[in-house]
Structures are given as structure tokens and as C-alpha cells.
Design a binder for this molecule. Structure first.
Ligand SMILES: NC(=O)c1ccc[n+]([C@@H]2O[C@H](COP(=O)([O-])OP(=O)(O)OC[C@H]3O[C@@H](n4cnc5c(N)ncnc54)[C@H](OP(=O)(O)O)[C@@H]3O)[C@@H](O)[C@H]2O)c1
Length: 220
């Protein structure tokens, strides 16, 4: 499949490399053509990888992964172009974090509690199908859940069932076995607001390579 990755950070690189290794053709997009990180990634990744602008990658992909700085995500989708993303599944991996006052980052108030970045991206792209997923784990875990000592949960949510099924297949191809559908895109609120808790765990555990496991009542 042709996949567009919007974002040249560690998440875009990890997802792009994994998808290319699974045989997909992947274009990584950035704000400017010839972005050094994107070119470094294509050199490392090989013939399934290419690079362009946000709008090139949005046009190219049958499925798009949005992996940009959360505070700039709405700006990035605007640059990528509504028309290039029309009728496409957009997997939103972003978190609404504000790093402007240093570490640890805080949640952006307008994008929490009664709102979320997932919902705002869906509003900005009404003709696209946003599926929020993978934002609750470190990028090393996103693409290699087998690095963890047990099976753990990954979540998805979105308003379009067919798109969620497509994303579920991709998650399964990464090795995810416990995939929990949380419902419509408004469920992004909960997964995005896990971030302060995730950051505290990261500080305590001294590693980002972990995840939470859901355990239900014993069946009698
Ligand atoms: N790091 C993780 O393990 C992890 C885990 C879960 C979720 N996430 C989320 O995944 C997203 C990506 O994280 P990351 O660490 O890989 O990358 P990042 O540093 O948060 O974002 C890099 C991308 O953001 C774009 N960007 C920055 N400022 C922009 C602006 N003003 N307008 C438009 N685009 C702009 C950059 O564009 P250029 O390419 O043009 O520079 C670049 O492609 C974030 O939302 C993060 O919260 C990260």
C-alpha cells in the first residue's frame, strides 16, 4: 500500500521504517522539500522510502499517519491540504503537549477535558476519516510491541468503522494482539489525557519502553 507519513521526528521515522519493512511504499513529508531528517531516513530505509513536502505525502498516501508536534498539528494538516486528504484514513498519533515551558510538558488546555486534538483534526478535515491510535506508547513500542514482556493494550477510536478496520489490520501487522476500540473520535480525550500519567511513569520507571495492561474480573 502507498502510505504518507506527515512528520520527520522519531515517530514518523519509526512508523515509516516499520511500514517500509513490511513492504509498503512510504513517503515522509515535512514543511520544506529536502528536509535533512527526511533525507537521512530515506537513505537508511531504502527503496520503499521517499520524501517530499506535507502536501506531497498527503497526496501520495492511500493511508496517512499524522506524526507532528501536537501544538502544530492543525497547522500541519492545513499545509498538507484538505483536498489531498479527502476520503482518506488519517491515523492521528499526536498528543496535545506544550513544551514551551520546558519539561515536563503540559496538556494544551483548549484541547483537553471537553475537547481533544483528535476531534479538532476531524473538524479541520471533515471529509477525511480520522482514527486516533498509538499515541499512548513510546514510538519504539508502537512498532515493536513484542519488546514488552507481556501482551498489552493499544487503543483506537474514530467515527468510521471501515477506517478503524484498516488501522486494526496495520496494528496487527506490527504485532499488536490486544486492540481495544474505544468508540468515536471523542474518545481521543481520554487517550490524550493519559499523557501526564505516562510522563510520571516514565520518570519513575526510568524507561519509555513500557505499557499499561488492562485486567478484567475473573470469570467464575
Ligand atoms: N516520541 C514518541 O515516542 C511519541 C509517542 C506517542 C505520541 N507521540 C506524538 O507524536 C507526535 C510526533 O512526535 P515526534 O517526537 O516524532 O516529533 P515532533 O518533534 O513532536 O514533531 C516533528 C514534526 O512536527 C513538525 N512541525 C513542527 N513545528 C511545526 C509547525 N509550526 N507547523 C507545522 N509542522 C510543524 C515538523 O515539521 P518539519 O519536518 O518541517 O520540521 C516535524 O515534521 C507528537 O504529537 C507526539 O506528542 C510521540
Amino acid at each position: 500500500m502507498k502510505i504518507g507519513i506527515l512528520g520527520t521526528g522519531m515517530v514518523g521515522a519509526a512508523l515509516g521504517s516499520k511500514l517500509a519493512s513490511l513492504g509498503h511504499s512510504v513517503m515522509m513529508g515535512s514543511r520544506t522539500p529536502g528536509n535533512a531528517k527526511a533525507l537521512e531516513w530515506t537513505d537508511k530505509t531504502g527503496s520503499n522510502a521517499s520524501a517530499g513536502t506535507f502536501s506531497d505525502a498527503a497526496f501520495y498516501g492511500e493511508i496517512i499517519f499524522l506524526c507532528v508536534n501536537g501544538a502544530a498539528a492543525l497547522e500541519a494538516v492545513k499545509i498538507a491540504g484538505k483536498e489531498n486528504l479527502r476520503n482518506k484514513t488519517v491515523v492521528d498519533v499526536t498528543n496535545p503537549l506544550d513544551f514551551s515551558k520546558g519539561m515536563p510538558p503540559t496538556l494544551i488546555p483548549d484541547l483537553t477535558n471537553t475537547n481533544s486534538l483528535g476531534e479538532e483534526i476531524q473538524k479541520a478535515l471533515p471529509e477525511s476519516k480520522i482514527v486516533k491510535s498509538l499515541n499512548t506508547v513510546n514510538c519504539a513500542v508502537m512498532t515493536e510491541p513484542s519488546r514488552l514482556s507481556e501482551e498489552t493494550e493499544i487503543y483506537l477510536c474514530g467515527n468510521d468503522t471501515e477506517s478503524k478496520n484498516k488501522v486494526r489490520e496495520i496494528l496487527e501487522s506490527f504485532g499488536w494482539k490486544r486492540i481495544t476500540d474505544l468508540g468515536g473520535i471523542a474518545a481521543s480525550r481520554g487517550t490524550e489525557m493519559m499523557m501526564p500519567f505516562w510522563l510520571s511513569l516514565w520518570g519513575s520507571l526510568k524507561t519509555g519502553i513500557f505499557n499499561l495492561k488492562i485486567v478484567k474480573e475473573k470469570s467464575i
